[in-house]
Write a protein of this length. Sequence first.
Lengths: 114, 114
Amino acid sequence: MKNKTFGHTLKEIRRSKDVTQRQLATAVGVDFSYISKIENDRMPPPAADTIVKICEVLGVPPDDLLAMTGKMPTQIKEAISEKPAAQEFLREAQNMTLTDDEWSILTQQLKKLR
Amino acid sequence: MKNKTFGHTLKEIRRSKDVTQRQLATAVGVDFSYISKIENDRMPPPAADTIVKICEVLGVPPDDLLAMTGKMPTQIKEAISEKPAAQEFLREAQNMTLTDDEWSILTQQLKKLR
DNA sequence: AAATGGGTTGACATTCAACTCAATAATATG
DNA sequence: CATATTATTGAGTTGAATGTCAACCCATTT
């Protein structure tokens, strides 16, 4: 399972929705040449917020593309920045170098909170 | 209780360790005038990594100062960026807008993992 | 008084992400 | 083929973050 690049994945999604680079670019509010470049991995993926917009326009959840870039939407970053408790959690987690499985367990426990 | 500023807190720590601005700056690798400015809140707090260096030099844990700025060290950000499972967790958490208490609970559960 | 050590200030510099713009190439369509 | 649409590429721009540099001030010591 070939790790597809961000660009290639985006290109596939866009084409599957029958949207041109220009249409996408206009709707998102960036230059079409920029779309071309990120699709061909000539530039690093866009800012997290731009990725979110792209996914909105294309009608897909942003999670996959965001995960590929290791970026977090401004909204989430800010939410964490304002929460020392969240930061403490993250520092702990970092110290423990959690595995994917452990993160999944935590996600489960998270959902049980409500 | 007055929320002390980042600058004021740093100045207190530095003085308590009997270190001059210039000594600190040299050890950290920045200009001494920069230390002066952040201590007097003339500039925003330094980058997270610089805060960590400062704390290393002063021999204190960086957690408090980092928490005041809402910044996360590169190391932690990278660790999360590389872990889709961690990102999923964070997105879930964001959607739920956790309270401080809930974050604490999660931190407890985190510690129980090992 | 001159030098020294410490601190402060204002203006300017550097770096990087995240784009835009102009030109050119490729591709589809009449 | 012709031409319109679409995609690609190189060069340049912009703003924010993160500092540096040179020139000071003030207090203490020599």
